[in-house]
Design a protein around this ligand. Structure first.
Ligand SMILES: [Zn+2]
Length: 354
């Protein structure tokens, strides 16, 4: 029965994200976000989160900028550096914040490597000395983070003030949206350790999926298939795969009842063809891995409410925000990994229970 369903043509999917985007040819690394700088590679994720949190708390104490706002800026910058490694160096050991020499020292500063706070200020550079050693060092974690915090300190404490401060710095509504989203996730959970994942369908249900990346569409035609179709019965729960925030919810002519969740890797997880959503789940809500968000269905390919034009399945896509465009990549390897990890977790907890 499952095999018959799985053999059906993969669904057509478009307009997953409301941004221009391109198709990725290479998948991103499976490893998660912490290890970037070479000096960090020996540290465990737990050590990195602890050190980062100490850094945020230290700068927060000196500036009254909440740690979760600093964490959000830092994490956003880290995701952009990860997406665009050729144009952005990893400057600090723990932070992902990138500031160009020109911005740091001032565009007209004849010494682009200037570390003297007074002359940097004179030439309109943003670089600040955060750790009190008399130098504004663009490769020092505290100086980098304090420079960001100093910008925020020019504005009020309210959420709107924070958004305006971000706008004045990034001049990008997407950057503002991301950082505000990240800050609310960090504030809600009070920790940096938010990168666990689950498989979107509860393990134990009958489902099947295979790699369908880039195969032709059965309807709509112009684009390749950007995602993996997980075939399962109508009404089987669909779960969030990550810690994240609901960015998009509602009808789309291709995706039907769909949901988009943004995570702290700046990945956009896209669920389509749902038969419905969990009650009280709204845009802006924060979700955890494994949380039921809706149910598998066959909605889409027409006016709101259209259903049943293809076998029920969950279309699951993942897009990476690269700052200017949203970049689709094949979620199949991630799905396999999350499925295996979850099976292993279940097996080991089953053993413990005895
Ligand atoms: Zn699909």
């Amino acid at each position: 029965m499952t095999a018959v369903v799985a053999a059906a043509a993969p669904c057509v999917l478009a307009e997953a994200a409301p941004y221009p985007r391109a198709n990725a040819t290479q998948a991103p690394a499976l490893s998660l976000p912490a290890n970037t700088g070479s000096s960090e590679q020996k540290m465990s994720d737990a050590d990195i989160y602890k050190s980062r949190r100490e850094l945020y708390d230290r700068v927060s104490l000196g500036t009254n900028v909440p740690w979760y706002r600093l964490a959000a800026i830092d994490q956003y910058e880290r995701t952009i550096t990860k997406a665009r490694p050729k144009t952005r160096d990893q400057l600090g050991a723990l932070t992902g914040i990138f500031v160009s020499e020109e911005e740091w020292a001032g565009a007209l500063n004849p010494n682009q490597q200037d570390v003297t706070p007074a002359s940097i200020r004179w030439f309109g550079g943003i670089g600040k000395d955060g750790d009190g050693d008399g130098k504004a060092d663009r490769t020092n974690d505290v100086d980098l983070l304090f420079t960001s915090a100093s910008h925020l300190m020019k504005y009020g404490d309210a959420g709107d003030d924070f958004a305006i401060a971000l706008w004045d710095y990034y001049h990008s509504s997407r950057a503002v949206q991301r950082i505000v989203q990240f800050a609310s996730i960090y504030e809600k959970f009070g920790t940096l350790d938010l990168f666990q994942h689950t498989f979107p369908i509860p393990i134990g249900n009958n489902y099947s999926y295979r790699s369908t990346w880039g195969t032709g569409r059965s309807w709509g035609g112009r684009r390749v298939h950007e995602g993996t179709d997980i075939f399962a019965g109508h009404g089987v729960p669909a779960r969030s795969t990550c810690y994240g925030i609901v960015e998009v919810k509602g009808w789309n002519p291709y995706g039907g009842w769909r949901l988009g969740i943004r995570d702290l890797n700046n990945f956009y997880h896209y669920y389509a063809h749902l038969s419905g959503y969990t009650k009280n789940l709204n845009q802006g809500d924060i979700v955890t891995p494994g949380q039921v968000i809706g149910w598998v269905g066959s909605s889409g390919y027409g006016k709101p409410g259209t259903s049943g034009k293809f076998p029920p399945h969950l279309h699951y896509g993942v897009y990476r925000d690269r700052g200017l465009i949203e970049w689709a990549f094949d979620p199949y390897p991630l799905l396999r990994k999350w499925e295996n990890d979850e099976r292993n977790r279940m097996r080991s907890s089953g053993k413990k229970k005895g």
